[in-house]
Design a protein around this ligand. Sequence first.
Ligand SMILES: Cc1cc2nc3c(=O)[nH]c(=O)nc-3n(C[C@H](O)[C@H](O)[C@H](O)COP(=O)(O)OP(=O)(O)OC[C@H]3O[C@@H](n4cnc5c(N)ncnc54)[C@H](O)[C@@H]3O)c2cc1C
Length: 596
Amino acid sequence: MNTHQFDVIVVGAGGAGLMAALHASKKATTAVISKLYPTRSHTGTAQGGVGAALGNLEEDHPDWHTFDTVKGSDYLGDQDAIEFMCNEAVPAIYELEHMGLPFSRTPDGRIAQRPFGGHTNNLTGKPVHRSCYAADRTGHMILQTLYQQCIKNNVTFFDEYQVLDLILVNGVAAGVVAIKLATSEIHTFHANAVIIATGGHGRIWKITSNAYSLSGDGIAITLRRGIPAQDMEFFQFHPTGIYKLGILITEGVRGEGGILVNGKGERFMERYAPRVKDLASRDVVSRSMYLEIRAGNGINGQDYLYLDVRPETVNKFSTQDGRTRPDGSLYQVTAEELLGKLPDIVDFCRTYLGVDPMDQPIPVQPTAHYAMGGIPTNIRGEVIVNEKNHVLPGLYAAGEAACVSVHGANRLGTNSLLDLIVFGKHAGINASEYACASAFQHLPGDAADFAHEQIERLRNCQGGERIADITQELRSVMMDHVGVFRTRAGMSAALQKITELKERYQHVSIDDCGKVFNTNLLNAWEVGNLLDLAHVTTASALARAESRGAHSREDFPKRDDKRWLKHTLAWSENGKVKLRYKSVVITRFPPKERTY
Ligand SMILES: Cc1cc2nc3c(=O)[nH]c(=O)nc-3n(C[C@H](O)[C@H](O)[C@H](O)COP(=O)(O)OP(=O)(O)OC[C@H]3O[C@@H](n4cnc5c(N)ncnc54)[C@H](O)[C@@H]3O)c2cc1C
């Protein structure tokens, strides 16, 4: 009864899903399934901007962007994919502009750009203005623009439907199974091509910038269908989350001249990254912050530091650094200028902390932010299933749920929004071409059974274990042992805890047995995904005996290119994680040590 048929089904309505749907719909009948109302997707919270070497304010080149991204990735990114993304960035930004995206502007009317961590002038090593932004609401504007374009292009939306399973027939993608949140009815979606764009999974850590909905559903679903997850040990901690809450304070604040300060009033990043200081890449800044806090240099000896963006501080340090505006004049700001560029950030601090960043520094700590790993794909967005790069026909992935891999061991700020629009677009184009050239697979009668079983088991289990307890214990152990710094002992303890929690998860009881918007039930299902992803993440991290990018082992502090210049592929099989490895594509930039 509840069966639908489309050429292309997109799961997820964030920037990646909407860009894919928009381009797929030019050729094929296309539907988007989203557990959230589309414009509530996490993309809408992205503040800082989207990277592209437009060179609107100063000299810049896609080649420089490519090199910065390779270096930022700690040489684990695939260089062919990175080069493709950085070249495609420029036309992709103009495409968004032509769709009506209201970018901030330079005085002469061009798209405004701001500096961001790790993005440099390759000749001088100094930060370059590369991030295109719409005040501090860039993601919001992307989402609104793309949603309107999708509506105009007759994309069909199934809002508040949660996908629970992927249908594979003869090794080919043939659709998905979803539950309608309003009624708990199971719906089967029959398709020729499926694009997974379900976003990240920051919820497995206790302090996170990620929305509550980011439970890694897409990766968990594909793992259960025998598809590996790539480079899951690489998860980025953003340096500036609001203390205790994790809510993100964009790196754009440091781009506008804000600095990090310890309890002794020192600008400590001068010691860790003498050249780029507060704009070093995120892994470097987060580690430096942890080291300061460990050394007792937190504010009042506690586990947080200050982000200071008061105009007098910005002006003092920009004078000291000799920072100039693109016209050559000394960079000096007023509160009005900062308020114009960072309105939402100022608002967050006033609302959540009672702190006015124009008068007081902001208390911050590193916060779990971004999954570099995910469902392995090639540049075309096709999902690959092994170390030989074999493709699973009809299955595509894009956005944070996917791993192309352009971010390698560490993503540069502004490169995720870019990843969404570039690879979302190409996944959409390629999926629609594939779908239009293929005949529908015959849908088996039991296609919805596995989804049904998962839901009924949770609905009927009365084992007495509480979902809230399992979630809290999982998030704490991941924060303590699989966070910014890692050791064998800590991660082994975490693995043991995850195994115990997975066993306890088999005996959870939920309180709500109803059928109408049963968020209790679906939350329980999502926690099953968090457990699976935490398991794969920890097993991948424990095996990687080196430090690279965001993966920092205290027992193996050096990068080891001889043994570990390779991508991890992790399969989940009968409750165990199996690991194999795949080589990194190196084209123009042989690995070098990173310096700042
Ligand atoms: C606070 C914050 C600020 C950021 N700022 C920047 C920035 O300035 N620049 C930058 O480049 N990056 C930034 N990032 C990162 C970037 O925003 C994200 O990586 C990106 O938006 C992810 O987009 P996505 O389309 O992959 O997924 P999302 O936007 O997270 O969307 C996921 C979609 O999947 C759907 N979904 C999930 N599971 C299911 C399911 N089971 N069934 C159906 N639908 C499902 C959801 O409903 C949603 O529509 C930021 C991230 C955060 C958290």
